[in-house]
Unconditional design. Structure first.
Length: 110
């Protein structure tokens, strides 16, 4: 009986610790560039067209490496790559600067 109780406690502790280390990531796109960007895609997430000065809604995304792409209204290609990692809940913003530079920012981690 003690072995069964000990095993049950061990399984319970493993399940509790596993639930505390779950990952939940979401990402949005902020366009600070001088014109809209069409067909914004970040890994498997498609944001469509994001107007200049606007921010998309957060969308769920899995951790890992991903590509970034889009096209400005004048036809310039936006491309790059980034990686998301981390335990817990993360909210990320992919920023397109006024100069066309792209970078990833961790907005919130829980």
């Amino acid at each position: 009986m003690k072995k069964i109780a000990g095993c049950a406690v061990a399984v319970l502790l493993i399940l509790l610790s596993a639930s505390c280390t779950k990952e939940s990531h979401s990402i949005r796109f902020r366009n600070n560039y001088s014109e809209a960007v069409k067909n914004v895609v970040v890994g498997p997430v498609s944001f469509g067209t994001v107007l200049n000065g606007r921010v998309s809604d957060y969308e769920p995304i899995a951790a890992g490496n991903f590509s970034i792409s889009g096209v400005t209204l004048s036809g310039a290609n936006m491309y790059g790559a980034a990686s998301i990692t981390g335990k817990g809940t993360h909210k990320w913003t992919l920023l397109l600067s006024t100069t066309g530079k792209v970078w990833l920012q961790d907005d919130e981690t829980n």
